[in-house]
Unconditional design. Structure first.
Ligand SMILES: Cc1cc2nc3c(=O)[nH]c(=O)nc-3n(C[C@H](O)[C@H](O)[C@H](O)COP(=O)(O)OP(=O)(O)OC[C@H]3O[C@@H](n4cnc5c(N)ncnc54)[C@H](O)[C@@H]3O)c2cc1C
Length: 395
């Protein structure tokens, strides 16, 4: 089996490198490299640069404004973007709602929604989780009651990532309490500035404002904003989640994190010797590198499978579990390599605090804590194991 890239794929990789070298502004890559929380303007500028090139929605076919790339091309693009320190593409429009509209949307929704995502112009948020409805998503209670040609929505969503920046939000709402909980759920689109919607920040352990609570108080939403059929939203919800899980794997991000960990381990000293020469530390690096190599192949294998069957399947749970484990191990190794200089949070640093590490590491502790989330969001890793045992092992 030949695992090397073809000459065409290598040429494609070079094309991406050239594009990034000429189109990724330095102030954007500097912001990403420093590890600070990015403002909307940075994401927006980068999304629009990719949008103009037709490279924002990497998994979309050409007919909807995507590049029509093969799985290998998408993989190479991700890896090159991580290497160049681009912002991650905010996935809610490009990688979640986009595929949903292509599969379940009507012609009007396709014509209105897809171009505004592909250009990077409109930013979406994901309104799935509620207090008491995370792992057990089907127990969600946000109610949408039909009133003429509108739904009236009341309830609350939580953990809404970057909702403070969003223009619109896609939500799972309860339209019926008859039968099994899964049977009364619908998929509804809303402008986030509709009267009655309020977005409130949740502060995370590292001090960042990445997630929010969203409250709905008699919000009137046109019936035409329903995607698919009323009470059939559960099928759409599951379809979207398989796309979300493929993207959480973050192989490119982990490859870059591995380079950085090795760099740190060369710079930091233990007992007067570079840390990378410490056999215990080197063994941990080796183990995570082997896992990452296996992940690369698994990721490609699943991208090909998804292309063949038209959509990703439940096996994306493997990618989600392994991808987040590798990512968290790398963040832990970076923190351990820095030792005491990884401890201060950016806000606690003062001019008199001399515990600074090498360049670009002052946000290391914050990044470590922030990444604890990856084994929880997109469906916790325990839930992914449940999915695998049911769907793939038949247990
Ligand atoms: C940083 C962050 C960003 C997020 N962004 C979004 C977003 O943009 N939009 C959105 O809708 N949601 C978002 N989420 C929510 C996320 O999907 C949920 O947190 C996740 O599904 C877990 O739900 P929960 O928090 O209610 O925990 P719970 O469901 O209460 O789970 C608590 C613990 O119990 C375990 N557990 C629960 N049930 C089982 C079971 N049956 N078997 C084994 N173990 C179980 C879980 O694994 C977990 O460890 C985000 C979460 C985080 C942390």
């Amino acid at each position: 089996m030949d695992l090397s890239f073809s000459p065409e794929e290598i040429a494609f990789q070079q094309e991406v490198r050239d594009f990034l070298a000429s189109h990724l502004p330095e102030h954007i890559s500097d912001a990403v490299r420093s590890g600070v929380e990015l403002p909307r303007e940075i994401y927006q500028e980068w999304h629009e640069i990719l949008g103009r090139k037709g490279w924002l929605c990497t998994s979309w076919p050409k007919e909807y404004g995507g590049p029509g790339w093969t799985p290998v091309e998408r993989y190479l693009f991700d890896v090159e973007c991580s290497r160049a320190h681009t912002p991650r593409i905010v996935a809610f429009g490009p990688h979640m709602l986009g595929p949903v509209i292509q599969e379940f949307g009507n012609d009007r929704q396709k014509a209105e929604i897809l171009p505004s995502i592909a250009s990077g112009e409109v930013w979406w948020a994901q309104g799935y989780s509620e207090p008491g409805a995370g792992s057990d998503l089907a127990s969600l209670k946000t109610r949408a009651v039909r009133d003429g040609d509108h739904y009236v929505v009341n309830g609350q969503k939580t953990w809404t990532t970057l909702g403070q920046h969003a223009d619109k939000i896609f939500c799972l709402v309860r339209t019926s309490t008859e039968g099994k909980p899964q049977q009364g759920i619908s998929f509804l689109l809303m402008d986030i500035d509709t009267p009655g919607i309020e977005v409130r920040p949740i502060r995370l352990i590292e001090g960042g404002h990445e997630v929010n609570e969203v409250f709905f108080d008699n919000v009137r939403v046109p019936v035409e904003n329903l995607v698919g059929e009323e009470n059939k939203g559960w099928t759409i919800a599951k379809f979207l989640l398989t796309h979300e899980r493929t993207n959480i794997a973050g192989v490119g991000t982990s490859m870059q994190a591995l380079v950085e960990v090795k760099d740190l381990a060369r710079q930091m000293k233990r007992n007067g010797r570079p840390l990378i020469e410490d056999p215990l530390f080197a063994a941990r690096i080796a183990r995570v590198e082997v896992d990452l190599e296996a992940m690369k192949i698994t990721n490609l294998r699943m991208l090909f499978q998804a292309q063949k069957q038209g959509h990703p399947g439940p096996e994306t749970s493997i990618l989600k579990i392994k991808g987040t484990q590798v990512n968290q191990e790398l963040r832990d190794l970076a923190r351990r390599a820095l030792g005491p200089v990884a401890a201060p949070f950016p806000g606690q640093m003062t001019e008199t605090n001399l515990l600074f590490g090498p360049a670009d590491t002052e946000h290391n502790a914050a990044i470590y804590f922030n990444n604890r989330k990856t084994s929880i969001f997109g469906g916790s890793n325990e839930i992914q194991r449940n999915i695998l045992t049911k769907t793939m092992l038949g247990l």
